[in-house]
Design a protein around this ligand. Sequence first.
Ligand SMILES: CN1c2c(nc(N)[nH]c2=O)NC[C@@H]1CNc1ccc(C(=O)N[C@@H](CCC(=O)N[C@@H](CCC(=O)N[C@@H](CCC(=O)O)C(=O)O)C(=O)O)C(=O)O)cc1
Ligand SMILES: N[C@@H](CCS)C(=O)O
Ligand SMILES: [Zn+2]
Length: 802
Amino acid sequence: MPSPTAPSTSPDAAALPRATVLGYPRIGRDRELKRALESHWAGRTSAADLAEAATALRAATVTRLRDLGLTEPSSVPLDFAHYDQVLDVTLALGAVPERFAGLVDPAASTPLGTDVEFALARGTAEQPPLEMTKWFDSNYHYLVPEIGPLTPLAYRGSSRVAHVREAAGLGVVGRPVLVGPVTYLLLAKASADAPAGFRPLDRLDEVVAAYALLLADLAAAGAAWVQLDEPALVSDLWEVPREEVTAATERAYAALTSAAVGEARPRILVAAPYGRLGCAIDPLLAAGVEAIALDLVRGELPAPTAPDGTTRDLSGVTLLAGVVDGHNVWRTDLDAAAATVAALAGVAGGPVGVTTSTSLLHVPHTVADELDDASGDAGRSDLGPATLPARVAGWLAFADEKIGEVLAVAAGPEAAAAAFETNRAALADRATAPGVVDPAVRARAAELSADSFSRGPYAQRRAAQEAALAGLPTLPTTTIGSFPQTPELRLARAALRRGELDAAAYADAMRAEVGRVIALQEELGLDVLVHGEPERNDMVQYFAELLDGFAVTRNGWVQSYGSRCTRPSILWGDVSRPEPMTLAWATYAASLTDKPVKGMLTGPVTILAWSFVRDDLPLGETANQVALALRDEVADLEAAGIGVVQVDEPALRELLPLRSADHEAYLDWSVGSFRLATSGVRPETQIHTHLCYSEFELILPAIDALDADVTSIEAARSRMELLPAAAGFERGIGPGVWDIHSPRVPSVEELVELLGLALDSVGERQLWVNPDCGLKTRGYAETRASLENLVEAARTVRSRVG
Ligand SMILES: CN1c2c(nc(N)[nH]c2=O)NC[C@@H]1CNc1ccc(C(=O)N[C@@H](CCC(=O)N[C@@H](CCC(=O)N[C@@H](CCC(=O)O)C(=O)O)C(=O)O)C(=O)O)cc1
Ligand SMILES: N[C@@H](CCS)C(=O)O
Ligand SMILES: [Zn+2]
């Protein structure tokens, strides 16, 4: 029976709204969720305080979406998660890995609380957290479910049910959003104790049975529609063969739709963001889901015929046209979008709805927060002066503005004539603005030849580097670049931004920090030192602030994982480097020590991946522009005596296309741009690179093709699993031995064991000893203790290998 608090479902509640978005930023316009989570984790606030803050944020979001015009029933998505949407399904299914079993009463069927949620997300003193990895080709990270044959999989209640009731209390029939069962299981990894050959998808039927109970709960709370996100259907990068994914999709959704709409379940909207659904639409049609949202920014209209030659029958399904890009920030071309919607309606043979291509999770809340003039919201002086040029701001649409675009396209060019007119003017302005094309940058790119992309043979480089870095022991120790970003550093930067600290005093504070970081590394006995990156607010934003062609925001926060956010920069024009970007910091650090100091740069692919990139130039061309700017920086570092330069490419895997047919072209330009950035140096200059936060098996040949002299790569959490596959590498390799994602300090013994595992696959002359990633999110207590153990472990293993 529907609960007494459920809103009465109006007659048209059965119809899918004409305009909606697939999801909305969860962190809050003022990062309210970040602050609430971090103060709770720090023990400053209780679980009740956190719950109160989260409830207030959800209420503000529902109200905001309604006020922005999402007034039709089921048009407001309910996608709130404290930490991660995949983790929310893990909690709803009670799929807690055996290693956390002590936290959960297996006999109970009550909902799991935030104690379990945060233990899985952040680890405990005894257990590391669930692994975190990239969500499709975005800079959002989800927590990887660990499923074995015996992992509990039974419905325990979902927070979404309460969210539906809360929205109802505000007079809104919300549309709960959940990761769908097929995607959930394809994203899961087999638990460590699972027998060989076991795949999480083997447990589909139990998962679907749990979803059926969840859907019934949502219906009872008053949900007329539920959105199940199935981005896995647009990708072919699964170990499970495509036919099995197709069969699983049909089986799952046939089971879910077999319950009667109404009390047993809401109507089902399956969303397929991040790419082309293609013939993966067929099992959804066969199963009889009520609606499908298509990504028509990256994808395409459904073909009229299926691969078996039969005509696709779209008459029983409502289609939503995802024509507003949820993954980038440029204003939509409303005329083109309206034409696409009309084309989809033609294929569908009836009206279709309008939506975003993906959730708006990937874009900031509102452009209004970037403006100081009357067009911005009043009262945002707390954010400091505007950083985004007003002209560039005029070309952009963040989450709130995208809602306006969806509504305008749904209304059409006549009813929304003013919106269409403003849009045409903004697009025309962008196309002709100075800086969008810089003839000098284009001319330099046109002169590139094959030589611009390659260094001399490795054997020659190796000999030259051994001579230049003669003081290095075997198994040299180093770190990945950043040291802890202390509150003092961040407060100094905030004071600089607000004009309370002048540039000279800020630089003094940063230099003092570099001095402390160098002294600490010398004391610990590390071999190749870093300056610690204290001056960087972010490893991409820092460079974007110094390069022409980029703009940065003051409040454009986007969730990266849990409470961690970034402000992706906006790459709007041709890129060039007006002056050196890192030289002064590197040379200052080098002046404080006799040991080698690594110069530290972010690579072209990562700079692109973690920015909002222009859509009016092929990505490969933009990457080469960034690479040329970095090439000049590498040359300046080398000329100043910095003999080791690291160029980080943690996002190389992130941008890998979701369809294998597109890989070659991507790897060609991405690897090329790294080589362009790094190949201008002498043989004795040692180039390092670093990769993390992804599964790398698929791109190992491309990593090799980067031709870096030393590659540090995340490996601790997966216990060096990757290394046997990398056994053919001839150059230096530093598999991370300390998992820096949690405060846990690794013991000398476990580090020695990991180094032993590494030596099974990698020669001792190749092996470097380093953490998994930078230390910016860590505190000094665990940093010092862990690095002491790391140096000790390297000495132990070194003495064994001689
Ligand atoms: C390594 N990773 C990165 C990714 N993407 C990036 N763009 N950068 C990365 O480093 N992707 C993959 C991985 C994992 N992802 C992340 C993402 C974000 C963080 C992180 O630590 N974020 C910080 C914010 C960093 C930042 O911009 N700092 C600024 C502003 C700090 C701030 O909020 N200041 C306050 C005032 C001061 C205070 O109270 O502390 C304010 O403005 O209100 C700076 O240092 O100046 C985060 O806190 O979320 C890590 C890994
Ligand atoms: N040099 C960067 C790489 C992070 S992926 C750091 O150490 O933070
Ligand atoms: Zn890293």
